[in-house]
Design a binder for this molecule. Structure first.
Ligand code: ZN
Length: 277
C-alpha cells in the first residue's frame, strides 16, 4: 500500500508529467495477479480510457482503500493504490505490469502490484465531486479540516483498550496512515506502538495529534520517505528515523538498540528506552 506522503508526491509528479497528455492505449491485467482489483472487466480498460486526456491527479483520501492516487482522464477516474512508474518516450517498459497507459507523446505509466492493489476505473460523473476533483470520505492529516477536534472525535469513537497502533493505523480510520509512517509518528512522541489508549494522558493525546500532522507534513515536504520510490523510481528525501533501513543504527536520541517486532500485521520498530511499554 502506498501511504499518505507518497501519494501526495506521486500526485504532484503525475500532474507535472502527464497533465494534458492523451491516452492512446490502456492495458489492464496483462500479467494477472491474484491480489489485483479492477472495476468490471479489465479487458475493457482500453475502450474506457483510450482517447481520454489527463486533466489532473490527486492524492487519494480513502475513496477505496486509503493511500490511493487518483488520475482524472477526461470523464474517467483511475484510483490506484499501487506504486506508479513513469517511462519517458523510448524507455524500456517493465516486462510485467498490472496496468499500462500509453500516451500520445510516446511516454507511459505502469502500475505494478506489490502484495495487493486496486486499479479502479470509474466514470467521474458517478461520483459526488466537490470542487477540485477530489474524492474524499474524510480529511487527511495534511489538511486544515483534520484539526484537534476532528482527531479527538476519532479518539472518542474507539474503545480505549485498543493500542495506539490499532487506533492510528488500522480500520482506515485515517486513510493513508499505515504501518510505515506510524513508526516515526510514535517515536517523535515517545509512545510505544503497543501502548493502550487508556494508558495515555490528555497531554499524550495532544502530542500524538501534533505528531500525526507534523511528521506526515515533514515526510511529504521532503518528497516522501527514503524507504519508498517516487514516480521516477527515486527514493524520497525524508530520512526515516525508524525503518528497516535504520534498524541497525542506535536510537538517535539515547543510543539504545532499536527493536523490531511483528505486531498487528507489520513490523513495528521502537526504542525500548524512549518508547517504554
Ligand atoms: Zn532512545
Amino acid at each position: 500500500m502506498i501511504e499518505l506522503p507518497e501519494t501526495y508526491v506521486l500526485a504532484d509528479q503525475l500532474n507535472e508529467a502527464c497533465k494534458g497528455k492523451t491516452i492512446t492505449n490502456a492495458e489492464a491485467n496483462s500479467s494477472p495477479h491474484s491480489f489485483a482489483w479492477y472495476t468490471g472487466d479489465p479487458a475493457e480498460y482500453g475502450v474506457k480510457l483510450t482517447g481520454k486526456t489527463v486533466t489532473a491527479a490527486n492524492p487519494g483520501t480513502g475513496y477505496s482503500c486509503g493511500g490511493n492516487t487518483e488520475l482524472i482522464c477526461g470523464d474517467m477516474l483511475l484510483v490506484m493504490s499501487t506504486p506508479i512508474k513513469y517511462h519517458a518516450p523510448g524507455d524500456k517498459l517493465p516486462p510485467k505490469h498490472q496496468l499500462l497507459l500509453a500516451f500520445d507523446d510516446g511516454s507511459h505509466l505502469t502500475c505494478t502490484v506489490q502484495m495487493w492493489g486496486v486499479m479502479l476505473c470509474l466514470p467521474t460523473e458517478r461520483q459526488d465531486w466537490p470542487d477540485g476533483f477530489t474524492v474524499r470520505k474524510s480529511p487527511t492529516p495534511l489538511e486544515d479540516a483534520f484539526d484537534e477536534a476532528y482527531f479527538n472525535g476519532l479518539w472518542s469513537g474507539v474503545k480505549k483498550s485498543i493500542s495506539v497502533k490499532a487506533f492510528l493505523a488500522t480500520e482506515q480510520r485515517i486513510p493513508g496512515l499505515g504501518n510505515g509512517v506510524l513508526q516515526d509518528i510514535l517515536f517523535n512522541v515517545g509512545v510505544n506502538p503497543r501502548v493502550k489508549l487508556n494508558a495515555l494522558t490528555e497531554k499524550d493525546r495532544e502530542n500524538l495529534f501534533r505528531s500525526v500532522k507534523e511528521t506526515l507534513a515533514a515526510m511529504t515536504l521532503q518528497g516522501g520517505r527514503d524507504t519508498e520510490r517516487d514516480l521516477y523510481g527515486c527514493p524520497g528525501g525524508y530520512q526515516t528515523i525508524l525503518s528497516a533501513k535504520t534498524l541497525n543504527n542506535p536510537c538517535p536520541s539515547c543510543g539504545a538498540k532499536i527493536k523490531r517486532e511483528a505486531y498487528m500485521g507489520g513490523n513495528i520498530y521502537y526504542c525500548p528506552v524512549c518508547q517504554p511499554l
